[in-house]
Design a protein around this ligand. Structure first.
Ligand code: AMP
Ligand code: MG
Length: 357
């Protein structure tokens, strides 16, 4: 059966739509809803059967824990058992917003949510639809991104429909998600805190409040070696079905190297796609070029990155090149998503200077 879709005003969400979605959550069902990062797939975080449905719908590995979404700091006691001193300062500065804190879990949180870890990841989303759904349901809502596991995260309701139609009870369509990449995940049980996943809050912003932050190699988008602190990091993710290659380095070197890689692939008779910056795009004579945004505006690239990956994926290409961006500010989150989309197949242009550069 097709999944129901209800349109909601993202600024002033309709009371009846929220009440209906809240009922589904309370009854143990699944609701996809917009947040300021990407669309989430929500279930009652305190109901193990409901949480198991999230993993089934997404095809998500059971050892990859979920983020619990709350409507306010007063609800932290329902899911956590200890509050690191830094949490207050981070909450004041970044909540509601795209920062997820990993803290000690409380006894009410089922193992399904935390994948059996003694920690729980929590955040307060900055989106009227998400907040009113949490409030109205009266439950903390466990929600990963509302995509088929391994696919690019959904930034529009149509992406959710494409991946999960028939597998979830309800989709709240509130238009485009805001930032376009997921939340920043920081482990506050470690000293100093550890950045596990870069996202909507930049490392630089985080450090302004938290002081020194250790960056987990996985957060830079490197393949995990040895034990991982954040299980989500060991999986290939965000990935189009076609082979995907990321080209990184100084902007000019990236563009010229990428242009010659595209030429070589086309000469070999392959259909080529490029995820490009507006500045680089004119250099690529590929079958399909998706412009994600200006190199000078990583926020624009963030809004379009996953949509572009989906569009390129659907174009029936043999190979997709990603034009890398500088991994600073929001660019660190972009680099992380691109490296993982490419399955860590990365070409470094410029530095060291091969003839092609
Ligand atoms: P997603 O919900 O797909 O955006 O992914 C949630 C991210 O948060 C994944 O990278 C998880 O591994 C991470 N995460 C959730 N809970 C924990 C936890 N208790 N400890 C460490 N990482 C976590
Ligand atoms: Mg996800």
């Amino acid at each position: 059966m097709d999944t129901r879709v209800i349109r909601v005003d993202p600024v002033n969400p309709d009371e009846r739509a929220i009440a209906e979605a809240a009922r589904v959550i309370r009854e143990g069902g699944l609701v996809a809803f917009p947040t300021e990062t990407v669309y989430g797939l929500g279930a009652d975080a305190l109901n193990p059967d409901a949480v198991r449905k999230i993993f089934a719908a997404k095809g998500r590995p059971g050892d990859n824990p979920l983020i619990v979404h709350l409507a306010g700091v007063h609800e932290l006691r329902r899911v956590a058992s200890a509050f690191p001193p830094l949490l207050g300062a981070l909450a004041r500065r970044f909540w509601p917003g795209p920062l997820t804190a990993v803290i000690r879990r409380g006894p009410a949180v089922p193992d399904e949510v935390t994948a059996g870890l003694d920690t729980v990841a929590v955040r307060i989303p900055d989106h009227p639809v998400a907040l009113s759904l949490i409030r109205r349901s009266g439950r903390p809502i466990a929600a990963p991104s509302a995509n088929q596991s391994g696919r690019p995260s959904p930034t529009a309701a149509v992406h959710v429909w494409h991946d999960l139609n028939g597998k979830v009870d309800l989709i709240l369509d509130g238009g485009a998600a805001g930032i376009g990449v997921e939340s920043t995940v920081v482990d506050l049980t470690a000293h100093p805190p550890v950045l596990l996943r870069p996202g909507g809050i930049t490392l630089e912003e985080l450090q302004e409040v938290a002081g020194p932050v250790r960056v987990d190699p996985a957060a830079e988008g490197m393949p995990a070696a040895g034990p991982v602190r954040s299980p989500g990091m060991k999986y290939r993710h965000y990935a189009p079905a076609a082979r995907c290659v990321l080209v990184e380095g100084p902007a000019e070197a990236v563009v010229s190297r990428l242009a010659s890689l595209v030429r070589a692939e086309r000469e070999a008779g392959r259909r080529v796609g490029v995820l490009a910056t507006r500045e680089g795009a004119p250099a690529y004579g590929a079958e399909k070029v998706c412009v994600a945004g200006s190199r000078r505006d990583p926020a624009e690239i963030a809004r379009n990155l996953f949509r572009c990956l989906r569009e390129l994926d659907e174009a029936g290409l043999d190979i997709i090149f990603l034009e890398g961006v500088e991994p600073v500010g929001l660019g660190l989150a972009l680099a992380n998503r691109m490296r993982r989309a490419a399955g860590y197949e990365v070409v470094t242009a410029g530095r060291g200077g091969s003839a092609a550069d």
